[in-house]
Design a protein around this ligand. Structure first.
Ligand code: NAD
Length: 258
């Protein structure tokens, strides 16, 4: 199926590795022009080497000056913007909420939630010029359920849903759509680290913990990041033109987190 994304101008935050890179490579394969930013310079270089048409910039989404600078770079390289994928997010601290370091709380909210605001606010004027404009925000299953010992992450990801729904209402008149994606546990190094920490805290092996965790889903498997990339490519494309204000789970029908 031709999604009609050829020539679309797309910016993906934290696109140098993990889910962001999978999204980026899918969009490139559809013929889109993609600019990625990331805090990790080595990872950016590696991604660019692998995908020579990719444009890149170093950026911490939590730092407004850094975001402003990166947006200037991205807009001069892409020549406009059709879609912003707010993918950047960090796991944040693991521990009882009253025992975590308040600075770790602040950082998690700043990256996972405020980072999306920092980028979206600069994207709007450019998106208004597009005839297929959208913003796609990465939330999480933790934005639908409580997530014991991950309070800042869960709070930020619930915040992303409220942000997304509100942007959809505010920006609809300008033809800009806004949606959130809520992945369940995605296969890859990051989730393995989270599982290890949680398993240790519960005195279990990672294998046992993973099995118990997945028993809370109808489809008992970790999410393949390429599924997220497929869904995002569809939503960003003209085929998704009436999809807005949605919080879409890709999680095997997960019923809770622990
Ligand atoms: P990841 O930890 O693998 O990191 C991906 C990239 O983010 C890295 O290249 C890193 O350098 C970059 N990054 C980190 N902090 C940054 C910052 N402040 N500014 C810019 N770049 C930064 O993440 P991932 O697992 O690919 O997750 C991507 C998104 O999906 C996040 O928003 C995450 O919360 C969400 N998510 C992930 C999972 C999962 O299981 N991996 C599940 C649900 C939701």
């Amino acid at each position: 199926m031709d999604l009609g994304l050829t020539g679309s101008r797309i910016m993906v935050t934290a696109g140098a590795s993990g889910i962001g890179l999978k999204i980026t490579e899918r969009l490139l394969a559809e013929g889109a022009s993609v600019f990625i930013c990331d805090i990790n310079e080595d990872a950016l270089d590696e991604a660019q080497e692998k995908n020579p048409s990719l444009e890149t910039g170093i950026c911490d989404v939590a730092d407004r000056e850094s975001v402003t600078h990166t947006f200037d770079e991205a807009m001069s390289s892409l020549g406009g913007l059709d879609c912003l994928v707010n993918n950047a997010g960090i796991a944040g601290p693991t521990g009882a909420f009253h025992e975590i370091d308040p600075e770790d709380w602040d950082r998690c909210i700043q990256v996972c939630l405020t980072g999306q605001f920092n980028c979206a606010r600069l994207a709007v004027e450019h998106l208004k010029q597009s005839n297929n404009a959208s913003i796609i925000n990465l939330s999480s299953a933790a934005g639908r359920f409580g997530f014991p010992n991950r309070a800042p992450y869960s709070a930020a990801k619930w915040g992303v849903i409220g942000f997304t729904k509100t942007l959809s209402m505010e920006l609809g008149d300008f033809g800009i759509r806004c949606n959130a994606i809520l992945p369940g546990p995605v296969d890859g190094p990051r989730i393995q680290a989270v599982i290890k920490e949680k398993a240790n805290a519960a005195g279990q092996t990672s294998e046992t913990f993973t099995k118990t965790w997945l028993s809370m889903a109808s489809i008992k498997e970790l999410v393949d990041p390429r599924q997220l990339a497929d869904l995002i490519a569809f939503i960003a494309s003209p085929l998704g033109r009436t999809i807005s204000g949605q919080a879409l789970n890709v999680d095997g029908d997960l019923q809770g987190l622990m």
